[in-house]
Design a protein around this ligand. Structure first.
Ligand code: C5P
Length: 222
């Protein structure tokens, strides 16, 4: 039988990142943070001084950028190396999120990242976090979840996350940025953010992390 995959798709701030990590740990499965790949390409393109709307240049950048995930010695954190440089902190900013969203609307950029994503599928299983995991990359996944939360709640969660990382943002600005990014992700023609027809919907507004993790695990182990 094929290696089991659990896809977790949803908009930014829906808690996908945290939930996917905890669920993968609990199952002992590998984790694919596909957003980090788009963020890494956006970051690399910026570092090279590319115009993010220059399709050919950004596509070449997506094809050549070396992205490595690497666990810290104590295993508590994953660092992202972009062309050998630890860009983890830069990748978490909302600026990097916006750059990722811009280059993610280019079909040839998405195509350049397909094989890298498929390669994460290894025994005993994979938790894949993103926007199109259940629809485009792993349409045959055994388990599919779509996480949502109200825009206000998602902005609040991101705000808390960024604050904890010491980044200075205002809640109002962040909510505007998140809504703009979601609107772009949902309206693009290639791999738009939309639930797979066979995904289990989990509305997480007002729910604690533990409860969401339990609900997602129940999809895999009913
Ligand atoms: O999930 P994260 O916020 O890190 O994703 C950053 C951006 O990358 C998203 O706003 C989206 O535009 C893009 N993305 C995507 N497809 C994925 C994951 C992320 O288009 N599978």
């Amino acid at each position: 039988a094929s290696v089991p995959v659990l896809t977790i798709d949803g908009p930014s701030g829906s808690g996908k990142g945290t939930i996917s990590r905890l669920v993968a740990e609990e199952l002992g499965w590998r984790l694919l943070d596909s957003g980090a790949l788009y963020r890494a390409v956006g970051y690399a393109a910026g570092a090279e001084g590319l115009d993010l709307s220059d399709v050919d240049a950004v596509t070449r950048c997506a094809q050549t950028t070396k992205i490595r995930f690497h666990a810290t010695a104590d295993g508590s954190d994953t660092r992202v190396l972009v062309n050998g440089h630890d860009a983890t902190d830069e990748l978490r900013t909302e600026t990097a999120g916006a750059a990722a969203s811009a280059i993610a609307s280019i079909p040839s950029v998405r195509q350049a990242l397909v094989d890298m994503q498929l390669a994460f599928r290894k025994t005993p299983g994979l938790v894949a976090d993103g926007r199109d995991m259940g629809t485009v990359i792993f349409p045959d996944a055994r388990f599919k979840v779509f996480l949502t939360a109200s825009a206000a709640e998602r902005a609040k969660r991101r705000y808390k996350q960024l604050k904890e990382k010491g980044l200075s943002v205002t809640l109002a600005t962040l909510q505007r940025e998140i809504e703009a990014r979601d609107a772009r992700d949902a309206s693009r023609t290639v791999a738009p953010l939309k639930p797979a027809v066979d995904a289990v919907f989990i509305e997480t507004t007002g729910m604690g992390i533990e409860d969401v993790v339990a609900k997602v695990l129940a999809v895999v182990r009913p």
